[in-house]
Design a protein around this ligand. Structure first.
Ligand code: SAH
Length: 217
């Protein structure tokens, strides 16, 4: 009888580098191993998809570095019943990870091309608890409701009040805060019965969040 296949070496190295950098949540580690990152990168970058680096995607945007995806996910402390809002779908890679750890994900992207591609990839992977919306994530219709967890994957100059209004009691919001070309820090806001607690988690580098939807040629 054939023995079960060992994970390919690039996946083993990938896991090792995440653990070495301090990711310890087993559910997060398992999910990063399970979601095929090679299907979210452009074909010419597929060989390097399991390396711990950000890569260019269409529309001048980037797929985030796996360590940053893992770290943000760990800090979100997702529970299986959570309703999650993600602003900045990009490739849909982080969306796929969220969808495996939470009940429902609404992900919003301001480039129609990216939203359409991510929607198709996520459907192909069988992520049925995800809705990808083309639009401005900071200007959602009232009917979108409120969320247990909010993840922003593009840098904002400050936390928008509109987003804070959409966070449920007990909720957690994570966003890179800072200017497009200056120092950005990853901020976690936790809504407790005693008020909102903010913690700066560290320096990061993200593409800027822009208002409105993108005009594409
Ligand atoms: N997590 C994604 C990272 C995408 S980069 C991945 O791993 O692929 C950030 C994304 O945020 C870009 O695609 C950008 O177009 C999008 N974005 C920026 N401002 C936005 C806004 N106001 N509403 C929705 N998406 C926005």
């Amino acid at each position: 009888m054939p023995s079960p296949a060992a994970p390919p070496p690039e996946k083993m190295l990938f896991q090792l580098s995440l653990r070495r950098r301090g990711i310890s949540d087993q559910a997060v580690l398992r999910t990063l191993e399970a979601v095929p990152r090679d299907q979210f990168v452009e074909p010419e970058y597929r060989d390097g998809a399991w390396r711990d680096t950000a890569l260019p995607i269409a529309c001048g945007q980037t797929i985030s570095q796996p360590f940053v995806v893992a770290y943000m996910t760990e800090q979100l402390e997702l529970r299986p019943r959570d309703r999650v809002l993600e602003i900045g779908t990009g490739s849909g890679y982080h969306t796929a990870i969220l969808s495996r750890l939470a009940a429902d994900v609404l992900s919003v992207e301001r480039f129609k091309t990216l939203a359409d591609r991510a929607r198709r990839r996520l459907a192909d992977l069988g992520c049925r608890n995800v809705e990808v919306m083309f639009g401005d994530g900071f200007d959602l219709p009232e009917t979108s409701g409120t969320f247990d967890r909010i993840l922003v994957t593009a840098a904002v100059p400050e936390l928008p009040q509109r987003l804070l209004d959409q966070l449920d009691p007990g909720g957690v919001l994570i966003a890179p805060v800072g200017p497009a070309h200056g120092r950005q820090t990853l901020v976690r806001l936790r809504r407790t019965a005693q008020g909102d607690e903010r913690k700066v988690l560290g320096d990061v580098r993200f593409v800027p969040a822009l208002r409105g939807t993108a005009r594409e040629l």
